[in-house]
Write a protein that binds this ligand. Structure first.
Ligand code: NAP
Length: 272
């Protein structure tokens, strides 16, 4: 799986952001039906001139569509195709998502399993290459195992120094489930970092706070998904290779965990 991905939640110039990211070396974009911009992602891909086969594109289906996720996937693939080619269907082998996620564990066990089965069907038909979940706690993933279904390849969670979700991270690592880190830049709201540790690590390493946060994520084995619409930020946010955060600075960042109090988003991982 490609590493740093461009997030496009609330990306008001999504097509432009995708084009700039792909021109600057990103190969991975994280979208969702809920964001309403699957077509703009396709437009950005087309404008970048980068071949679709070189890219890793994700979308997600929200709980309101859990009754028929297979149809939702067909619509999502058509949205992307429309952006890239100006037409919807018929769908061929080059029309697909690399990864498709259940966006949240809302709706109860039966609804979640039905939704997950729909994604597995979509994968059989070649509409998605791989299937995963988002905002799932271990008990939600265990439902999948107990139903005898294939385990998800990804769990996408809010993950950053202020919200480290350690029990879920440990569970996913044990089960070889890749962790994608959303809101990895804490949306630049560092109010939970009272002593300014993030900025002080950045100053010490002569990097930006964004670079430190993305690098922290990578050093934990996560796949971070920073969002930006500005070219310079898009570029520098992913300029995180060839240097490391030393162990003692990682320890200072790791000590910032506030548990659920550090979350900027809803916390659906505890849903029954
Ligand atoms: N699965 C889920 O439930 C879920 C939930 C939330 C998010 N996500 C995914 O994760 C992605 C990222 O999360 P997010 O959008 O919540 O937050 P984020 O990536 O932590 O932060 C984005 C914010 O930081 C600003 N920013 C970016 N780079 C910057 C820099 N170098 N300096 C200063 N400010 C900078 C952006 O503004 P500009 O755009 O103006 O640069 C934007 O306001 C989303 O876009 C989405 O793809 C998934």
């Amino acid at each position: 799986m490609a590493t740093v991905g461009l997030g496009v939640y609330e990306s008001y110039q999504c097509a432009k952001a995708v084009r700039l990211a792909l021109k600057n070396g990103y190969t991975h974009v994280d979208s969702a039906r809920l964001y309403g911009n699957e077509t703009q992602v396709g437009e950005g891909i087309k404008a970048s001139g980068v071949e679709r086969s070189k890219l890793f594109i994700t979308s997600k289906v929200y709980a309101t569509d859990f009754n028929d996720t297979e149809s939702a996937v067909v619509d999502s693939v058509n949205n992307l195709k429309y952006g890239m080619e100006g037409k919807r269907g018929p769908l061929g082998p080059s029309d697909y998502y690399d990864l498709y996620l259940l966006h949240s564990p809302h709706g109860g066990k039966q609804k979640r399993l039905k939704a997950y089965r729909g994604l597995l069907e979509a994968r059989k038909k070649g509409l998605v290459k791989s299937v995963g979940v988002s905002n799932y706690g271990p008990h939600h993933i265990e439902e999948i195992r107990q139903a005898g279904l294939e385990m998800p390849v990804v769990n996408q969670l809010e993950l950053h120094p202020l919200d480290q979700q350690r029990p879920i991270v440990e569970y996913c690592k044990k089960n070889n489930i890749v962790l994608q880190a959303y809101t990895p830049l804490i949306r630049f709201d560092f109010s939970g970092d009272r002593n300014g540790v993030i900025q002080s690590v950045a100053d010490k390493l002569q990097k930006s706070a964004a670079q430190v946060l993305v690098r922290w994520s990578l050093q934990h084995g996560f796949v971070p998904l920073p969002k930006s619409e500005h070219e310079e930020r898009i570029k520098t946010n992913a300029d995180v290779y060839g240097w490391e955060i030393p162990a003692e600075e990682m320890a200072r960042l790791d000590a910032l965990d506030l548990g659920d109090d550090g979350a900027l988003n809803w916390v659906p991982v505890h849903e029954p």
